[in-house]
Design a protein around this ligand. Structure first.
Ligand SMILES: [Zn+2]
Length: 421
């Protein structure tokens, strides 16, 4: 397997990654291009968009300027904070996937108290989540389709319903990690991008009419039907990413939210050293991410270590140690999901046999799956030094102001149950 010479990403990263002739990945190159951007000019563009769309929204007779889709996490806090600073009144919209952690509920509540805006929340039925989750595991190896479909559909429904044309998203995740879009592309939200990446190519009817579907009913899929083109055009719905307009540094944003707005990170994580992401649901950091490892041989620690390397907070060698420590770990919340859908671990592993990427997985003589390669075998790859980034001063993970962002201990989680509401 080829691995980026600068960070920890493998050549089979999903959905797509490219390596240049120096062996550096598209995500690293995107990150490198950021300081070249005129952020003052971007901010001005952002102000102009907000002004224009606020007027459109008010002209439709309501009292909100825009919609912000939120989960209550650090990005939500930062989006809401930014808009509050600019003097606008957003309608916060959240899709409740149902697998809430106590800390997630706590942070969502905190966000409402800190910034004082209204929020609209939609909750799926547990039965819908169960049937969809099982079907998508069997089909594409994803147990959280309903999260992503809900998060990417309900805010657009809310925009149409309330006649608020502008939706402000945080970052485009795949751009940030893998450099899928150039910083100058000014990528905006689209139904197609939502379907291809967040929903694995499946619209609700694709699930309903799939030959292997036996349990998912149309009423289970009701929340995930996208508004019609006419409805979208009628309101002029537009979704923009804040990360295209302000310099995006998740750890710096998180620190600000901790220090000034009482945001809380996790105490410990099982599959990564970062404590500040994916806090709101019981599976995203665990079973959902573990599936990525079982399919493609890497997981969230690769994402998070690569991010730290790109910011100069970690050497590639330190990143590789983190990846080796976490990426293969079986998360305890897998048991919660198995109990929820009524499946054994053997059945779970059996369902994804056909999804194991042969570029990285092979069966040994006893029939056990083994990885063929790992970043740990590529510490001393040729030319790693040639593309190495300088380290920043503020890089120590345990320096007191950085401590809330990183793990101090391993392999213990706080939440062993979820709250559906
Ligand atoms: Zn890279």
């Amino acid at each position: 397997m080829e691995y980026c010479k600068r960070c920890c990403y493998p050549a089979n990263s999903r959905p797509t990654i490219i390596f240049d002739d120096q062996g550096v990945c598209s995500g690293c190159r995107l990150h490198e291009s950021r300081p070249l951007i005129d952020w003052d000019e971007r901010k001005k563009r952002f102000e102009d968009i907000l002004k224009e769309y606020s007027q459109k929204s008010r002209a439709n007779g309501n009292h909100y300027d825009l919609i912000i889709p939120v989960s209550g996490g650090k990005d939500s806090h930062f989006q809401v904070y930014t808009i509050k600073q600019m003097g606008y009144n957003p309608l916060l919209v959240t899709y409740n996937h149902g697998f809430n952690t106590k800390r997630g509920i706590r942070n969502l509540t905190n966000m409402l108290h800190q910034f004082g805006f209204d929020m609209l929340r939609f909750t799926s039925s547990p039965e819908a989540a169960k049937t969809i989750s099982k079907f998508m595991l069997q089909t594409v190896g994803d147990i959280t389709w309903h999260y992503h479909a809900g998060i990417m559909t309900f805010p657009i429904k809310a925009a149409v319903m309330n006649k608020i044309p502008l939706i402000l998203w945080g970052e485009h995740g795949f751009s940030e990690l893998l450099g899928m879009y150039n910083q100058d592309d000014m990528m905006e939200f689209s139904k197609k991008d939502r379907q291809e990446h967040s929903m694995r190519g499946f619209e609700p009817d694709d699930i309903l009419n799939h030959p292997n579907n036996t349990e998912v009913l149309q009423e289970h899929l009701a929340p995930f039907y996208y508004p019609s083109d006419e409805e979208i055009e009628d309101i002029g719905v537009r979704g923009i990413y804040l990360a295209n307009y302000v310099e995006w540094d998740a750890r710096a944003h998180t620190r600000l939210m901790i220090e000034k707005y009482n945001f809380e990170t996790a105490l410990k994580r099982e599959r990564t050293h970062h404590l500040y992401e994916k806090l709101d649901d019981i599976h995203a950091d665990g079973a959902h991410d573990y599936l990525k490892y079982l399919k493609f041989g890497y997981g969230r620690a690769t994402d998070d270590a690569s991010n730290d390397i790109r910011h100069g907070r970690m050497t590639r060698e330190e990143g590789i140690k983190i990846v080796s420590q976490y990426d293969h770990v079986r998360p305890s919340d897998l048991d919660i999901w198995l109990k929820f859908v009524g499946m054994t671990e053997e059945e779970f592993l059996g369902e994804i046999e056909h999804l194991r990427d042969p570029k990285i997985w092979e069966k040994d003589d006893s029939g056990e799956w083994q990885v063929k390669d790992s970043i740990a075998n590529h510490v001393g790859d040729e030319d790693v030094d040639a593309v190495r980034l300088p380290l920043v001063d503020d890089r120590e993970m345990l320096r007191s102001h950085n401590q809330p962002s990183y793990s101090r201990d391993d392999h213990i989680v706080e939440d062993s149950e979820y709250i559906w509401f």
